[in-house]
Design a protein around this ligand. Structure first.
Ligand SMILES: [Fe+2]
Length: 504
């Protein structure tokens, strides 16, 4: 068993506002709640789920009280239909890689996708929602984390696979997402939800921005958004959708195949007109997470930063059998899966218009910035802008996962590590401008882009004590300011968000 195996152990305990013991000092200005999502239970009816992505959703909340430097912890299973079926009937609905019966698979795929929303949380149309990659979003109460049923839409867009990573554009007042429709024809859809469309309790409406027909849809997890463009990055991990209808073993993801000869495509859609402005192909790579994207006006290129893998083996590696160290394949020699993660923070420059550079005018340029990263984040103000810092989980060492702050302009990195500790997604929380005590002490260049003036919050599993922590790092120095002790382990989760307005 790898040392990190408590990260894949179910958690039964639920808390409501438990005050945590804190070492160090949490900044007095920090106020609001970090809400995180991830699997809380891995067994159903005596059987273990097949894949890390398939555990039953549990929400975790760390609430900081302004002035007190205190943190209170709550956690609760997201009580969905999938949860009820699992707990009461011992039945697991068909998910990412956990298949169920053939009938289950068909049902799940065609008209009753799972509501086990364990991937991310967000605020859409004034409602807090838990998200996964089926079209179902589950509303939750930000105070007690109770599930409040599905968020429904006012439109009738037919989609089957969606992103759990929406992008917010505050300047335009909209949230952008994409979805894949499988069927006689397969399509990628980019859509927007206008933030004010949900005033007075109206249901959100997905307004189509662009659509593209594709013969072999790819597995997509996140995308890039710039002021002008939505960029779908399409790795050659693709499916013949007929496979979904044929009996066979495995879940959704098992139907996809790695076709490196296709390369990885960058599909650049104009957010205003919906036109496919550019389509560029790069040598093949796989990825889950884009970091940021923006337009470089000087070169006419779009810059897309993401965490790239050589191929889609990482999907196979995150099956429960693999993470638990029971792998039989050749990669097993590399040691426990989480100790051999190879994500590369890479910058892609995608020419949008013919740059006049001859035959190479349409070539996508790749530059690696940092080796060994996942779960990347940026400061909210850096979205869609030339920026400086990416924060992420650092994965290059054996026996631990750290945290990294990478200067994407220089490649220079500052890291945080602790022996036997596995850190998760770091979330940057900006210090409110009103809290700046002495503006004059801030260097002029930082005054323009204070992307690190604040704190970084990350969950950490201490494999020694088999308990979890929430660490608070100083955004600028990346030094640990405080750690709050959770009295048990928290299974490894995926994503979260800091909501300054959740104060109860
Ligand atoms: Fe993700």
């Amino acid at each position: 068993m790898p040392a990190y195996s408590p990260g894949f152990r179910s958690l039964d305990t639920e808390h409501d506002g438990l005050a945590l013991d804190v070492d160090g000092e949490i900044p007095a200005w920090l106020s609001g709640s970090l809400v995180r999502n991830g699997p809380g239970r891995f067994e159903v009816g005596g059987e273990r789920v097949e894949h890390w992505f398939d555990g039953l959703a549990m929400l975790h909340k760390f609430r900081f009280e302004e002035g007190g430097g205190k943190v209170c912890y709550s956690n609760r299973f997201l009580r969905t239909e999938a949860y009820r079926e699992a707990v009461e009937e011992g039945r697991l609905t068909s998910q990412f890689a956990t298949s169920g019966s053939y009938l289950d698979q068909l049902r799940s795929f065609l008209d009753d996708p799972t509501d086990n929303a364990n991937v991310n949380v967000d605020r859409v149309g004034g409602e807090y929602v838990a998200l996964t990659e089926t079209p179902r979003r589950v509303r939750f109460d930000p105070t007690d984390l109770s599930a409040r049923g599905d968020q429904t839409y006012a439109d009738d867009m037919t989609v089957h696979h969606v992103t759990a990573h929406l992008r917010h554009d505050d300047r335009r007042g909209e949230t952008v997402g994409y979805a894949t429709q499988f069927g006689r024809t397969n399509k990628y859809h980019v859509y927007r939800v206008l933030d004010d469309s949900t005033a007075n309790g109206a249901r959100p409406s997905r307004v189509p921005v662009a659509s593209l027909e594709v013969e072999r849809p790819a597995y997509l997890h996140s995308f890039g958004l710039t002021r002008r463009y939505a960029v779908i990055v399409e790795p050659p991990f693709v499916v013949n959708p007929m496979r979904f209808l044929l009996p066979g073993s495995g879940g959704f993801i098992d139907k996809f195949r790695w076709k490196p000869e296709r390369g990885t495509r960058f599909l650049v859609f104009d957010r205003e007109t919906g036109d496919l402005t550019a389509e560029r192909t790069a040598p093949p790579f796989f990825f889950f997470h884009t970091v940021n994207a923006f337009e470089d006006d000087e070169t006419g290129e779009i810059v897309v930063d993401l965490v790239a893998y050589e191929d889609a083996a990482i999907v196979r590696d995150l099956f429960m059998a693999s993470v638990e160290g029971d792998r039989e394949d050749s990669a097993a020699d590399a040691g426990p899966v989480l100790d051999a993660a190879t994500g590369e923070l890479a910058r892609f420059r995608v020419p949008v218009e013919d740059s006049g550079r001859g035959a190479d005018g349409g070539r996508v340029e790749r530059r690696n910035l940092y080796t060994g990263m996942e779960l990347p984040r940026i400061a909210p103000r850096a979205r869609m802008e030339p920026y400086r810092y990416a924060y992420g989980q650092a994965t290059a060492r054996k026996g631990q996962n750290g945290l990294a702050k990478v200067n994407v302009e220089t490649g220079e990195a500052t890291e945080w590590w602790a022996d036997g500790c596995y850190a998760g997604e770091p979330i940057f929380v900006p210090k409110p401008a009103s809290e700046e005590d002495d503006e004059d002490s801030v260097a002029p260049e930082d005054r323009e882009r204070p992307e690190d003036r604040g704190v970084v919050l990350a969950p950490v599993l201490d494999t020694e004590t088999e308990e979890s922590l929430l660490v608070v790092l100083d955004g600028e120095t990346f030094e640990e300011l405080a750690r709050a002790h959770v009295p048990h382990h928290i299974p490894f989760g995926f994503h979260g968000e800091f909501f300054a307005e959740i104060t109860t």
